[in-house]
Ligand binder design. Structure first.
Ligand code: LLP
Length: 412
């Protein structure tokens, strides 16, 4: 999604400076409501725990909490942010990776649903004292993701227990005093195919189910992770989240009946789906350059503000705005005869938003608004090259509010 209708990017830049992140609160609420309704329609006891890593701004956490979401955290820092936004431990899951003893102590005290990543983590937790409810993240045989870098399953993945560790994990947990057991999976991120989700749950339960049954264990919860995708390109379709939820519920009911796993609560951990489309990154054209046949358009935002293109080769659609004679913002849609490389000001050769982009003729001072920047945008930004991290602004009920100040030079 682009900026909400009637939003003047020039007015925002005048007030808050450039580059800046802008989020539309109503869009986040609408996404949450659609996803929560899709899971509620399954008739199961379900809850969506927002994956804080996607965007941990305190105002966004509070907004999602007010809607009824729980929170999924991956570090003590995220746990602290969630607690400060008002989430209680019963609303929080913790799914980490290579958890240290400090991580585990924070997670045990701060989250009811603790999904351990390895047998070693369990041994460390045992020394600290195990909680009554405990889950394990089990690595599905296959992973998926929009890019290889965001595939989190399969034998090359660093996440979770492997299947042959399942019996040892749950039997040791029971022996240590755990009373309620959970199972977590997370095969990958940014998946648009609805059938994937039910298939992943069915496959994992097919393999884990007999092992739990052999131990006589039932599941108190199944946490299916996140991964709900959003389109980043014109030729991609919206995820049918209703079909995804229905498919997961069907797979879970069938497998739980077949392997006598009880009636677990179903948790999910959506990050991107809830916040990506709400957010835009606004950047200003600083200069253009021509070299031989090539045109370079340089912005005041680069890989330090939005890292996904440089890191994954991800692309973000964008709109370009100029001011008309009356000072109003108008979208420039007329394409220039040749494409241009859209780049940032960082001293790195990978600092490009897009090579050979279909850009109009632009001039210094025009604004480029990148779409779908609400997830994994600000949170992955850095101050490399001495570039302060951008501010964040929330649009809600026709008003704009600064929800994080631009990092100061003093702070650097
Ligand atoms: N739960 C766990 C345990 C996760 O590791 C993740 C994401 C999520 C939930 C949320 O996944 P989502 O619903 O957002 O797909 N930085 C990458 C995405 C990395 C995702 C890592 N884990 C990107 O910019 O595309």
């Amino acid at each position: 999604m682009s900026l909400p209708r009637g939003t003047d990017p020039f007015a925002l830049v005048e007030t808050y400076g450039s580059p800046l992140y802008v989020y539309d609160a109503e869009e986040i609420r609408a996404r949450y409501r659609r996803l929560a309704a899709a899971f509620a329609a399954t008739g199961l006891v379900t809850r969506a725990h927002y994956a804080v890593k996607a965007n941990m701004n305190a105002e966004i956490l509070k907004l999602l909490r007010a809607e009824g979401a729980g929170a999924d955290c991956a570090s003590p820092g995220e746990l602290r942010a969630a607690a400060r936004a008002g989430f209680a431990p019963a609303d929080i899951s913790y799914t980490g990776n290579f958890e240290s003893s400090d991580d585990l102590a924070a997670a045990r005290d701060g989250a009811l649903y603790l999904n351990l990543d390895s047998l070693e983590a369990f041994e460390r937790l045992r020394r600290l004292g195990v909680p009554e409810t405990l889950g394990f993240r089990v690595n599905p045989d296959e992973g998926r993701g929009a890019f290889a870098q965001i595939n989190t399953g399969g034998e090359l993945s660093k996440f979770g227990l492997s299947l042959d560790e399942v019996e040892a994990a749950y039997s040791r947990a029971r022996a240590a005093g755990v009373k309620r057991f959970g199972l977590h999976l997370m095969p990958g991120s940014c998946i648009l195919e609805a059938a994937h989700f039910g298939r992943a749950v069915a496959q994992l339960l097919e393999r884990v189910g007999p092992r739990l049954r052999a131990l006589g264990l039932e599941l108190a919860y199944l946490d299916m992770g996140g991964g709900f995708g959003v389109p980043y390109r014109d030729d991609e379709n919206e995820l049918d989240v209703e079909a995804a939820a229905a498919g997961v519920a069907r797979a879970m009911r069938e497998a739980c009946a077949r392997h006598a796993l009880g009636a677990p609560r179903l948790l999910c951990e959506p990050g991107r789906y809830l916040v990506a489309t709400s957010g835009s990154l606004i950047a200003r054209v600083v200069a253009t350059k021509r070299r031989a046949e090539r045109r370079f358009v340089g912005l005041d935002a680069g890989m330090t503000s939005l890292m996904r293109p440089a890191l994954y080769g991800a692309r973000h659609r964008f709109d370009v705005f100029a001011r008309d004679a009356e000072g109003r913002a108008v979208a420039i849609t007329r394409r220039a005869p040749s494409p241009a490389d859209l780049c940032g000001p960082v001293c790195e050769s990978s600092d490009f938003f897009e090579r050979e982009a279909a850009l109009p003729e632009v001039a210094e001072g025009d604004l480029v608004v990148f779409r779908e920047a609400g997830a994994y945008g600000f949170v992955m930004s850095s101050s490399y090259n001495g570039r302060p991290r951008p501010p964040e602004v929330l649009l809600d009920a026709g008003r704009t509010r600064l929800i994080r100040e631009r990092q100061s030079l003093e702070d650097l």
